[in-house]
Design a protein around this ligand. Structure first.
Ligand code: NAD
Length: 305
């Protein structure tokens, strides 16, 4: 086990709460803060100390971890807004800063630079693996920042995840995460499209899935996350697309990937198609369903949510 660390954990939502719990289970001393009272109460019962503000949570700790919805929240936490100082200007020590939220690489670099100006290390460390991975402690962390800060963070990240990668300098974790999720969006919609074509032409979706799995079209969606209801018992498709990874979150990540592509003048014709497909699917009222519900888009007669 890694050395016991004093950790401030900010943002106790679907992902942050189970991640913080895993740190407590690993023996670390965790002080928590969230805007939602109930979230802090649950963590207090699990053995965390609660704080009245993010600044109070971070007082005297070795490491600050944040897990917030989007870039605006991360900028506001660390840099402040509306004249209120951010965490960077209210720390009494020099903890390692780790942000595990999925945000634009530019936002991550902005915070990292501001941190460096104050002699602080900041890592972007977005995760893959969803709420199930957060609970089971099997997340994949994709880290951007200096090699020294990465080496320092690694034991702590291993208390919450199974795979930890160093993608490169600041922002690289976010870039790699967005590349992965863009590919996931493309693969899931492509898989749904192929299944619908086969079924429209008389094939059994389970038989077709097995054939493609063992052939050159094989991919992660077919292996563990089949989008056709009833083919895979444990998949969200077999539970009315409840649970899993929300269409709205896939839409967020594809939006970030699109912005990244525009800024870097990279062509992403497939990613752009996937982005539009998921945006349309969300606009039809499916935003809170699992993202494999994109299958419904291709099934004649299937109702939207
Ligand atoms: P969530 O909305 O469930 O949780 C976010 C939490 O942050 C909420 O509890 C909210 O009250 C809190 N918060 C917001 N602003 C705050 C502030 N200023 N100070 C303190 N707390 C604040 O979101 P989530 O599903 O836990 O996702 C968190 C991040 O992880 C997002 O960036 C998301 O894209 C990413 N992510 C999510 C999943 C998933 O499956 N849910 C998977 C991978 C990555």
């Amino acid at each position: 086990m890694s050395a016991i660390r004093k950790v401030a954990f900010i943002g106790l939502g679907n992902m942050g709460a189970p991640m913080a719990e895993n740190l407590i289970k690993a023996g670390h001393q965790v002080r928590v803060f969230d805007l939602v009272e109930a979230a802090m109460h649950t963590l207090e019962q699990a053995g965390a100390q609660r704080a009245a503000t993010a600044g109070e949570a971070a007082r005297g700790v070795d490491v600050v971890i944040s897990m917030l919805p989007a870039g605006a929240h991360v900028r506001s936490l660390y840099l402040g807004d509306d004249g209120a100082p951010g965490l960077l200007d209210s720390l009494d020590a020099k903890p390692l800063l780790i942000d595990a939220s999925t945000i634009a690489p530019d936002d991550a670099r902005t915070v990292a630079e501001a941190a460096a100006e104050r002699g602080l290390d900041y890592l972007d460390a977005p995760v893959s693996g969803g709420v199930g991975g957060a609970r089971a402690g099997t997340l994949t962390f994709i880290v951007g920042g200096s090699a020294e800060a990465y080496a320092q963070a690694r034991p702590l990240l291993e208390a919450m995840g199974k795979n930890v990668f160093h993608a490169g300098d600041s922002g690289a974790g976010q870039v790699a995460k967005l590349c992965n999720n863009m590919l996931l969006g493309i693969l899931m919609s492509g898989t749904a499209e192929a299944l619908a074509l086969g079924v429209s032409n008389g094939l059994d979706p389970a038989v077709l899935s097995e054939i493609m799995k063992q052939s050159s079209g094989g991919n992660w969606a077919l292996n563990v996350y089949n989008p056709w209801p009833g083919v895979m018992e444990q998949a969200p498709a077999s539970n009315d697309y409840q649970g899993g990874f929300l269409v709205d979150l896939m839409g967020k990540d594809l939006g970030l990937a699109t912005t990244l592509a525009l800024e870097s003048r990279a062509a992403i014709p497939m990613g752009a198609q996937a982005r539009n497909l998921f945006a349309l699917h969300a606009a039809r009222g499916n935003g809170r369903l699992d993202f494999s519900s994109i299958q419904r888009f291709y099934r004649p007669g299937e109702q939207d949510a």
